[in-house]
Ligand binder design. Sequence first.
Ligand code: TRP
Length: 340
Amino acid sequence: MTFTCNMENTDKKTILSGIQPTGVSFTLGNFLGAIRCWAQMQEEYNCLTFIADLHAITIRQEPSLFRKQIFDCFTLLLACGMDPEKSALFVQSQVHAHAELAWVLGCYTQFGELSRMTQFKDKSTKYPENINSGLFTYPILQAADILLYQPHYVPVGEDQKQHLELARNIAVRFNHNHGDVFTIPAPYISKSGGKINSLADPSKKMSKSDQNINAYISILDPPEVIIKKFKRAVTDSENKIVFKDDIEKRGINNLITIYSLSTGNSISDIENEFANNGYGDFKLAVGEAVVELLRPIREKFEIYNKDKAYIQECQQKGAEKAAALAARTLRKVYRKVGLR
Ligand code: TRP
């Protein structure tokens, strides 16, 4: 069976996002900073969103848990409002062209360029017992993920900027040798710009790989867990709900940002609203706002989760949609290089 490809709307620009399926689903930080925007972007852009499972095996995964994480991660995208009709939602490993293009692009990437990637340096320090070559060539696969779909934009956080820059350099180099094959993708900087920090150490980004589970909110955390984690959030001793540009205030600033992004209230409205309250009251209010924000997602996730066949069908359709687009680019690349 073939599915029509509704990614052909030429008035709209194309935007491509990838997310790794590891760890405890997504965090509140992923949701406020990225995933929530992806759902909104579907109206304005042709969106391609995929689960980067091939990237995840650069770190050892326990196979049965990993399979479940890929499935849950995909289900969560639907629960967060991604629409499989409007967008192409897919699992990377179901589209063969990613691995194939990565090989070709590897032959257009210099060893020195990969050696400069800070993520490789960080991960090889963190996992000294498994510095595999996939960890090293990871950015080439990422370049293939991107360039296959000719996107105009790729939303990237701070930690992925260097990888996008490399993808652009590879694309420019390839085009220079072979004529215009790839669109040069630009970074997409989200307007809502939510950068959420750890609740336990507000100098760090909120990360699902944090050892301390109180440092992050998982978007599937039950309400009582969310409230408890906010009650424990690290602040300072001033006890005034005011946003100040001061490193001592990072904890309360982070909570104010979360409250603002969760409720839509401006920072100054929040300062007024809580002018007569202390941190205890405010932390509870932030917790409650986040519970309400995430409630519909948890509910939808539970509904989808009961219908595995539907999720599988969505994955299949998404992979077919993506594969049709990817095949065009791959064919062109093979032809330009002189492969048959
Ligand atoms: N490397 C990204 C991350 O860890 C995930 C990713 C893989 C990605 N391929 C991509 C993101 C392509 C954007 C585009 O977050």
